[in-house]
Design a protein around this ligand. Sequence first.
Ligand SMILES: [Zn+2]
Length: 426
Amino acid sequence: MAKQVVTRTYTASIRNQQQVSDDLDSLGFAASKLWNVGRWTISRVWDEIDYIPEHNELTAYLKSHERYDDLHSQSSQRVLQELAEAFNGWYGKRRNGDTRANPPGYRKHGDKHPRSTVTFKAAGFKLDTQYDRVRLSKGSNLKEYWSDFILCEYQTRPNVDLSTVESAQQVRAVWTGKEWELHFVCKVEVDVSEAPGEKTVGVDLGINNFAALAYEDGHAELYPLNCLKQDDYYFSKRIARCDDADSKQANRLHQKKSARRTHYFHTLSKHIVERCVEEGVGTIVVGNLSGIREVEENGESKDWGKHGNLDLHSWAFNRFTDLFEYKAEMDGITVKYVSERDTSKSCSCCGRERKANRVERGLYVCDDCGAVMNADVNGAENIRQKVPPSLACDGGDRSNGWLAQPSTFLFDKETGAFAPQEQITS
Ligand SMILES: [Zn+2]
């Protein structure tokens, strides 16, 4: 066992919900409005000069906008940062040939704005662990002369004591569909296990296979999204049938859908970390889409969908990597993020880069060395290779073709666990 300072997010309910919900609502609506202003601005810039602004450019541009002063400046900054991340994530996916990815949409249901999450950073909150209270700052537009902050009385889960954390980094006010809750992002000192080994594994996150893993010794695993897709489809249909999108029934369905996703991600992240422990992995390398931004040659990516996306990118991937990182950390495994740039274009066997980034029926075919492999596994292996191998292993000697037959793990609804799919031999 070793001591390590890690980041933890603790959820807390708000005991004085009645007193603060109107104030929190106004901040949540304001965050949605600012998101939409930013969203509109990005599409304008894109149309004019084929360029997606970075969040700091967006912030500089919108700082004087009226909506920016609805929230504390750090909270406004965070909204625009999330928007820029969502755009870059989508853009990276498109660039990697994922034509089904849609750009982030506007946050609007008809004339109504949803309640967006509001993030409060260092200067935007004051935590009082003695009385279990936190003061959240408003923007100058929403301040009334008697109160320029919202005082929330919180209640954490019984096993959490915020007075023992090293520091609280930020507080998020999150609308659950029913009420507001608080998420405290803290630095905490914990006991972690020794690393299970020194090997590396590459992880490619995507929309067809939610995760593709390429291990150092050459074998690979796929985790398709089948179960989550069925779930999404089922719930979306049922929610669409509700008369009112804000009705109790619709809210319940939203909550159920969200709970099932969370369960799925918990189980998947746990399963993958367990596999890594079994394989003696010390470092997990994950492809990170944010920070990728280049104009695509064929201009195809300008063809934005009319409807907002399924929110599977920004939403689900962040949620998954949070859980995943947490579980890996506890087992002494380091998670590193590398740019996913060009990882789907290059051949992981010979390194040759192809111009066309299309894959044939999910296969990557290299004209140069003749390798044929699952495209997502090829991506995962390229991601893995972005981190230099440890001294203990030389990376091994792999022959072509080993990546062609990854094992596939499917989520079994009956057992609630991931199990290898029976090999089908034709
Ligand atoms: Zn090749």
